[in-house]
Design a protein around this ligand. Sequence first.
Ligand SMILES: Cc1cc2nc3c(=O)[nH]c(=O)nc-3n(C[C@H](O)[C@H](O)[C@H](O)COP(=O)(O)O)c2cc1C
Length: 196
Amino acid sequence: MPDLKGAGIKVIHKCTSVRHSLKAEKIGCDAVSVDGFECGGHPGEDDIPNMILLPRAAEELSIPFVASGGMGNGQQLAAALSMGADGINMGTRFIATKEAPVHQNVKEALVAASELDTELIMRPLRNTERVLANGAVQKILEKEKALGDEIQITDIMDEVAGVYPKIMQEGTMDAGAWSCGMVAGLIHDILLEGAR
Ligand SMILES: Cc1cc2nc3c(=O)[nH]c(=O)nc-3n(C[C@H](O)[C@H](O)[C@H](O)COP(=O)(O)O)c2cc1C
């Protein structure tokens, strides 16, 4: 690791498993963010939800860790702390806020979605990503089914490459796959900071 500590920088590594967290600890990271299976984005390939992953991380780690994945309210923060985490990292929930610099369509899609509306894509590529279900995601899943283990990233390039500006800035919601967690089921409003 470059001399980040010498420059006064704290290193927080993102992990999706206890073994990767322990490796981060071993190589000198100051803390880890532990992402459970329910998280938006890349949950890894072990599929361990936070109800198990967080207490397991607490059993093994000496460095502090924050709970990531599925976090959307104060009750969950309290639950994460009680399972041994030192804080939480929120992803999806922060998008549905007035301050988030993304298109209104994205925020409204999160309010409209339930906990059943995410899909896992790119599993055959061992690059699993949890995304909000939409037309582009449906296409990816159909290609994954048809091509099986033969699938290459190039087969789904149209649905995953360079799509974020179209979705986040232009609000074209079917332009491609975008990361979204199961916590969408707990998002019922577009919040303003300090509103609660
Ligand atoms: C739209 C979106 C984009 C993300 N992009 C990244 C990224 O580029 N790198 C990364 O490490 N995590 C990324 N994440 C994952 C978050 O950092 C965080 O681990 C995750 O959102 C936590 O789960 P939650 O969405 O259930 O709160 C992204 C998440 C979302 C929702």
